[in-house]
Design a protein around this ligand. Structure first.
Ligand SMILES: [Zn+2]
Ligand SMILES: [Zn+2]
Length: 254
């Protein structure tokens, strides 16, 4: 495969405002399977960021308004594609079971060793890219979350739903007032990963059964486009029936 071209410094992130004060930020030169959705929710007292991308280009440098208001940077879980810019934010939250990885994001622990391959780009970050040199900076959690904890933005309230399976400390965020779920990598409209080193399929099944009971209307996942209730139930039922797509695209070894 020829080396991809180099992207311009101002051309790494795309920002897309949705309704409900929710903004999607994404790294558009990363091909869809690997591309993490970075979600920003505007709150009255402070804002919420769900995941932060892989960290090859400064997120705050490219999207400076993220630093203008108090903000909690939450990690749906600690795979490299979701936590690469957490170190740019003073307030950082993740589930207790992911906190050791956020504090010490070694390539094997974050799946960078397996997935942070050059094939993930259609254009390389401005500094170029070598998988062997790629590092996630440590960003120890300033708040450690448990199931049922609440993220309060003043006028919007999100409940932490612990959904182990993809990883031990995967969490979703449930906003009952709008029936909106930020689902991380537990449910999205693409091939779900339940075979990582710390995945657990039995836990995943229980998490899916629990998620199925939520009266969800809108789902913003960790990857791929958002979707509504019908697709949500179908994706869960397909997983529970063992009909999920067979894993990820072929990955070359590091
Ligand atoms: Zn993941
Ligand atoms: Zn992911």
């Amino acid at each position: 495969m020829p080396t991809p071209p180099i992207a311009g410094r101002d051309d790494w992130y795309r920002v897309q405002r949705l309704s409900d004060g929710v903004t999607l930020i994404f790294e558009h030169h990363i091909v869809p399977f690997y591309r993490c959705n970075i979600w920003h929710v505007r709150g009255r007292d402070r804002d919420l960021l769900v995941d932060s991308g892989m960290g090859v280009v400064s997120l705050v440098g490219a999207v400076p308004w993220l630093a203008e208001r108090p903000l909690v940077a939450l990690a749906s879980h600690t795979h490299f594609d979701h936590i690469g810019n957490h170190h740019e934010f003073a307030e950082r939250a993740c589930h207790r079971l992911e906190a050791p990885i956020l504090a010490d994001p070694a390539p094997a622990a974050t799946l960078a060793e397996r997935y942070a391959v050059i094939e993930m780009f259609d254009a390389l970050p401005p500094g170029g890219y070598r998988q062997a040199d790629y590092r996630v900076e440590a960003a120890p959690a300033t708040r450690v979350l448990e199931d049922g904890d609440v993220i309060d933005l003043g006028d919007r309230v999100f409940e932490v739903v612990h959904v182990p399976g993809h990883s031990p400390g995967s969490i979703a965020l449930w906003e009952a007032a709008t029936s909106t779920l930020f689902s991380g990598d537990a449910v999205y409209d693409g091939p779900l990963i339940d075979d990582a080193y710390h995945s657990n399929r039995d836990d995943y099944v229980v998490s899916m059964q629990r998620l199925r009971r939520l009266p969800v209307r809108v789902v913003h996942g960790g990857h791929f486009p958002s979707f509504g209730r019908e697709r949500y139930l179908q994706l869960i039922d397909d997983y529970l029936a063992g009909k999920r797509s067979p894993g990820c695209p072929p990955v070359t070894s590091a």
